[in-house]
Design a protein around this ligand. Structure first.
Ligand code: BG6
Length: 477
């Protein structure tokens, strides 16, 4: 018998800015993602002190502008998801399609119409839409004119956006998340907060202020959604990387504890418990910030309590090691740095592959929050060899199989797991490196890093494999 519930949400996940393309079509304006250049150095380039948020096509390529042209091909793509038997599809709404400048009074109807069609297309196949309201793609104008999320006015702009989409689709869409990987700002606040060195990211007060504003906005969206319909399930979404102390030295153990709290838990603690955790002052002081430095209003703390999330959504790709006494070898991956774990293998991009770490993550998160968990991203970014109209991606199958095994073990441990949406179920542009060649999909898309390709779709070996996993509710891997 399957360990997973009968209504387990098997599916896949994407984000608007990484697959839609059509970056200036039907009223859409530029978003932060549209000015990030392609290539492995994109985050380093954006972290230059003189980064000025403009597009320079003489120097860089911008793969997100065309991406995989899902904007014009979503019917074909959703039909393929349906063929795999998806029960749900996690995607995001491009804020810059709905409120192109972010500060308009009325939404862009053409943008709303696009998502009307997307949602109806999912429902046609009994696929539950799972929507991320904001995924690494705020309107650029909110950065250049308002300074990004460190500005409190962003709360009102986001509220308007969230109210618009929740009101429009709450009868059709039950599952929502307010912000993608809200905690990633600890290392790279550009994509989620619109902050980089050139507009204040080095001053951590700005990052904490931006988080506070996002927490208030997130809680407002949850409260607003529940008032529309108490059945809506609205979650947070964090980047979770299990971390281990390098050794039994209590100094490293303590460092690891603090790093778990500050990176993995801080945002979810606020969004799930409705208040700042006890270690907040310590965390802020380490970053030379006092809580009293932040601009807050008494009603913020009420709304935080009224808008706690229904479930914990998280991405899990890899684990990391904490060490301050051994000078262990360095490692990095998924927007973070740490130390190398000698017991693990790495992906081609150096991310340390750790399925047992997923079982640990599920247990730790469930123990801490006692709320259903939803793995909304997981997967292996790899270079695929396209041959005879397919890709024999046994390495991807192996990665996913081991992680699904770990999920089943965690369910046996007693964890309440709602669903699983592997990342980039169709090849798309990488967020961290802006590459097409870092592929995650069950579906290959003919497009390379330089924008060459005819964008045709092809099933990889993993396509039929995952179809069978879904059909057997995870019994046959
Ligand atoms: C998560 C993001 O960090 O991981 C996605 O939510 C991203 O947007 C995914 O694409 C994989 O990371 P990358 O850098 O390989 O695209």
């Amino acid at each position: 018998m399957s360990k997973f519930k009968n209504d387990f949400l098997w599916g896949g996940a994407t984000a608007a800015n990484q697959l839609e393309g059509a970056y200036l079509e039907d009223g859409k304006a530029l978003s932060v993602a549209d000015v990030l250049p392609g290539g492995p150095d994109r985050l380093k380039i954006a972290a230059q002190p003189d980064f000025d948020w403009t597009i320079d096509e003489t120097k860089y390529k911008y793969p997100n502008h065309v991406a995989i042209d899902h904007y014009h091909r979503f019917k074909e793509d959703i039909a393929l998801f349906a063929e795999m038997g998806f029960k749900c599809y996690r995607f995001s709404i491009a804020w810059s399609r709905i409120f192109p400048q972010g500060d308009e009074q009325t939404p862009n109807e053409a943008g709303l119409k696009f998502y009307d069609e997307m949602i109806d297309e999912c429902l046609k196949y009994d696929i539950e839409p799972v929507i991320t309201i904001s995924h690494y793609e705020m309107p650029l104008n909110l950065i250049t004119e308002y300074g990004g999320w460190k500005n409190r006015q962003l709360i009102d702009f986001y509220n308007k956006f969230a109210e618009t989409v929740l009101t429009r689709w709450h009868k059709k869409v039950k599952y929502w998340m307010t912000f993608n990987e809200i905690n990633s700002a600890a290392h790279f606040p550009i994509m989620s907060q619109g902050l980089t060195i050139s507009n204040g990211a080095l001053d951590k007060k700005n990052v904490f202020q931006a988080w506070h504003n996002q927490f208030v906005a997130s809680a407002h969206a949850v409260k607003f959604g529940h008032e529309l319909d108490s059945d809506l399930q609205i979650g947070c979404m964090i980047l979770y990387a299990t971390t281990y102390s390098y050794d039994a030295n209590p100094i490293n153990q303590l460092e690891n504890l603090e790093s778990q709290q500050e990176f993995n838990y801080f945002c979810a603690d606020v969004q799930s418990r409705g208040k700042y955790p006890a270690y907040t002052d310590r965390y802020m002081k380490k970053n030379k910030v006092q809580f009293s430095d932040l601009e807050t209003k008494p009603e913020d703390f009420e709304i935080l309590q009224q808008g706690t999330v229904d479930y914990i959504g998280f991405s899990y790709y890899m684990s990391m090691v904490t060490d301050i006494t051994n000078d262990a070898e360095k490692s990095s991956g998924n927007l973070m740095d740490g130390k190398r774990n000698p017991f693990l293998k790495e992906s081609e991009w150096g991310w340390q592959i750790d399925p047992i770490g997923l079982r640990i993550a599920l247990n730790e998160l469930y123990d801490r929050y006692q709320k259903p968990l939803f793995i909304v991203e997981n997967g292996l970014g790899a270079k695929d060899e396209f041959k005879n109209n397919t890709v024999i991606d046994d390495y991807r199958i192996d990665y996913l199989k081991q992680h699904i095994d770990a999920m089943a073990d965690a369910v046996s441990d007693g964890v309440d797991l709602m669903g699983y949406t592997p990342w980039g179920c169709i090849d798309l542009v990488s967020a961290g490196t802006g590459q097409m060649s870092k592929r995650y999909g069950f579906i290959y898309v003919d497009q390379d890093d330089d924008g060459n390709g005819n964008l045709d779709r092809y099933k990889k070996k993993s396509f039929d494999w995952y179809k069978n996993v879904i059909q057997t509710n995870g019994e046959e891997l």
